[in-house]
Design a binder for this molecule. Sequence first.
Ligand SMILES: O=C(CO)COP(=O)(O)O
Length: 261
Amino acid sequence: MARKPLIAGNWKMNLNHLEAIALVQKIAFSLPEKYYAKVDVAVLPPFTDIRSVQTLVDGDKLLLTYGAQDLSPHDSGAYTGDVSGPMLAKLGCSYVTVGHSERREYHHEDDELVSKKVRAALKHGIKPILCVGEKLEVREAGNHVDHCFDQLIAGLKGLKAEQVKDVVVAYEPVWAIGTGKVATATDAEEVGKALRAALADKYGAEVADEVRVLYGGSVKSGNIAELVACDNIDGALVGGASLQADEFTKLCALAAGGPLP
Ligand SMILES: O=C(CO)COP(=O)(O)O
């Protein structure tokens, strides 16, 4: 089955709402609509920008989608500082990253919490982008596939096969994030293939065939083509390069199979 690639720009803690509007306008201006038939494009701004992005996307009927970088496992209540699935759904979010390595590291999120967040997203019709990936020492010990497998299975805990189809998986080796060190296409495909095999094993071949597996970690216009050419890599979760309109547009066009606009 041909899966439509997804390019999702994880802005992390960058750009205020005015800068967000400017960036989305530039992307919309420079990526002609015809490309969206071949690639899904999403931006994942900080919470404070989402309303502005929603207004722009709705007002100008843009084909670009958007989402958030985190959500609470709870729907509402006394959870100071948190933002819930219903709030994000009301803002029209299509995606939310869950279990990003930066949240696992700086906010001590464990697999149990990650799986609750995955379920919270699905409950409110938002596709979770479940991030998995190993640190350098795990890779050097040769345990990267097992590590990602464990994070995947734990993150999907409690889901029915039908729900798993709506999950996007992102393989992001921690050592490749923001370092300029990209995993080779062979490295990405090795893990992508193993994760899809794990999905087939647990949820059936039909489900495994539908789930998009992205690669993330120093993705740029110069390496996206070889990554999406891999059988089991269906797009990218892009950090730094998603903050520059020209670079992000190029990346999306190349993921769509080109030519450059
Ligand atoms: O963490 C990432 C995306 O979620 C990757 O970040 P970079 O593309 O900046 O390496």
